[in-house]
Design a binder for this molecule. Structure first.
Ligand SMILES: Cn1cnc(CNC(=O)c2cc(-c3ccc(F)cc3)cc(O)c2O)c1
Ligand SMILES: [Mg+2]
Length: 214
């Protein structure tokens, strides 16, 4: 039967990227998305903003919601210090299979744990299953209607500390209006909006950075 877009993306990485070279994996995916098939990776423009925030935070514990094919996982993992605990959650098992192979092609499989399941189920298990107390950095890039319930879950589970940084993709397109309203009206967050564009297009999009104030 016909292959899927993630499977075709994986083939492009295995053909065009150098094993063990994260930069070449990132470039191969961006090339595939610009010249072959659009895909919902965070992309190069928003990816550079993601890089700058990760570098600034220099986190010891990282959580990504929405692995998809592992593009942002590779972008984040390549910047982390040794010993950093990095967990990424993906609910779609076919995406998990592709992501693990793309992450392995980049040589970053020892830097990150890809967990299959829904964020609503897994977030409350972070402490017991992975020995996490709090997350220093969280990248939200999963279902846009899950951003709000999941940030509330982080608060309820005591997974945020004073200074924890959350970075949310797609707050304009497809959009996460309820999430934006929540963080921007809450006294517990300091927010900054980074204007950009929907990956590989001229459509307006952006990232919202929110620092938990405790
Ligand atoms: C299956 N699945 C695994 N992860 C998810 C959650 N991510 C998204 O839904 C997502 C969607 C879009 C997008 C799609 C169509 C369109 F016309 C415009 C934008 C862009 C993104 O950057 C996203 O992160 C879904
Ligand atoms: Mg996204």
């Amino acid at each position: 039967t016909r292959s899927t877009r993630p499977q075709r993306m994986l083939k492009a990485v295995q053909k065009n990227a150098t094993k063990g070279n994260p930069e070449s994996v990132i470039s191969a995916i961006d090339y595939f998305c610009k010249h072959s098939e659009w895909a919902m990776n965070v992309g190069d423009e928003k990816g550079s903003i993601l890089d700058s925030v990760v570098t600034e935070v220099n986190p010891s514990t990282v959580l990504e919601l929405g692995t998809y094919c592992g593009y942002s996982t590779v972008r984040i993992a390549r910047l982390l210090s040794p010993g950093t605990k990095f967990i990424t959650l993906e609910f779609n098992p076919a995406n998990v299979t592709v992501a693990r192979q793309i992450i392995a092609h980049a040589g970053l499989q020892d830097k990150v744990t890809v967990v299959e399941g829904s964020s609503g189920d897994l977030i409350p298990q972070m402490k017991e299953r992975f020995g996490i107390t709090t997350f220093d950095f969280i990248f939200l890039d999963h279902w846009k209607d899950r951003y709000l319930p999941d940030i509330k879950l982080f608060e309820e589970c005591g997974l945020l500390r004073k200074g924890s940084v959350l970075l949310a993709d797609n707050v304009i397109c497809p959009g996460a209006p309820e999430y934006l309203e929540y963080v921007r009206n809450s006294p517990r967050y300091e927010n900054r909006y980074y204007p950009a564009h929907l990956e590989y297009t001229k459509v307006e999009d952006g990232l919202e950075k929110s620092v938990f104030l405790g």
